[in-house]
Design a binder for this molecule. Structure first.
Ligand SMILES: Cc1cc2nc3c(=O)[nH]c(=O)nc-3n(C[C@H](O)[C@H](O)[C@H](O)COP(=O)(O)O)c2cc1C
Length: 229
């Protein structure tokens, strides 16, 4: 039923808008930090940012390595369905304490298997998911959103530059279309350091105004800037 609604919605949006220049992208995210991976059962929350009570939530558990395969497959299937529904591409939300972000962050991920520890290990699940989606729908339909420089509902990685540089170069190898990076409002321009590591389109996000937007483009450290508020 859900898939049927999604398919019909996608087709209708495409027909209604009917603009060949308009690119529709569907964002795919999975399992927020309150529901799944709890590598270190303490969840670092900032009550002023996240006012909901944790008391009624189930205690999160650490996912077993073999359970991760079905999550990778869920992303693959969702991407397939999005394209079938008429979207032009998908953005894989690997930011803001969603599941991929939890694996990336060394202040959250304390696994001792091949998905924890080194940067390569912490990026493994991200690259497996993104790799599967690329295989399914093609790299030119895939964007990735990251927020490793920010504290969104959690604590920032201890070395976001190194994490980001590694990930950006691996995403270049996978050929993803764009990287969309949410930067902290009080520390803008962190993208400069990864510009060299990523060869696709780089989108900056987070606290930009028109002047800063123009500067970012003029200095060529971002190709595009996105705005939320
Ligand atoms: C109310 C609200 C909801 C948001 N929801 C999402 C979301 O679902 N997925 C996402 O990637 N970013 C989400 N964002 C973040 C924005 O896409 C964007 O990265 C961020 O707001 C940019 O910073 P700015 O608001 O300072 O321009 C949301 C932002 C706001 C304000």
């Amino acid at each position: 039923m859900g898939l049927q609604i999604c398919l019909e919605f996608g087709q209708k949006v495409k027909q209604r808008l009917g603009n060949p220049l308009l690119i529709l992208s569907c964002q795919r995210w999975c399992l927020f930090f309150l529901s799944a991976l709890a590598s270190r059962a303490t969840i670092r929350l900032y009550p002023q940012q996240f006012p909901y009570s944790l008391e009624c939530r189930p205690t999160p558990k650490q996912l077993k390595a073999n359970e991760l395969h079905s999550i990778v497959n869920d992303f693959r299937l969702a991407a397939h369905n999005a394209i079938e529904a008429g979207f032009d591409g998908v953005e894989i939300n690997s930011a803001n304490s969603y599941i991929i972000d939890l694996f990336l962050n060394d202040q959250v991920n304390d696994r001792t298997d091949e998905y924890g520890g080194s940067i390569e290990n912490r990026c493994r699940v991200a690259l497996e998911i993104i790799g599967a989606v690329v295989e399914e729908i093609g790299a030119d339909r895939v964007g990735v959103k990251l927020s490793v420089f920010s504290e969104v509902y959690g604590k920032k990685d201890s070395n976001p530059e190194a994490l980001m540089t590694y990930l950006a170069s691996e995403l270049t190898k996978l050929g993803v279309l764009y990287l969309h990076v949410f930067e902290p409002r009080d520390e803008p321009c962190r993208l400069k350091s990864i510009r060299r590591a990523f060869e696709g389109t780089l989108i900056a996000s987070g606290g930009y105004n028109k002047t800063e937007d123009d500067e970012a483009i003029a200095e060529s450290y971002a190709d595009l800037v996105s705005f939320g508020r």
